[in-house]
Design a protein around this ligand. Sequence first.
Ligand SMILES: [Zn+2]
Length: 67
Amino acid sequence: MDYAGAWSAERGRCHRLVYDPEGKPTGCPKQPVTSGWRSDYLGRWYAVDACSRHASQVEGRPRPRWR
Ligand SMILES: [Zn+2]
């Protein structure tokens, strides 16, 4: 189960946080298969990696949110 909308900008692993079997948030353990971009709540963009399950949650390129 995904942990809210939480994610991490750490590279080399899937950026999403998920619940571990004990219900604590942990980094998604799946192998990253793609890279993309996500913006934080301030509109700053970060390059991130994503596994196949979370690949649809990243953008192909940074997109200014004020447009
Ligand atoms: Zn993932």
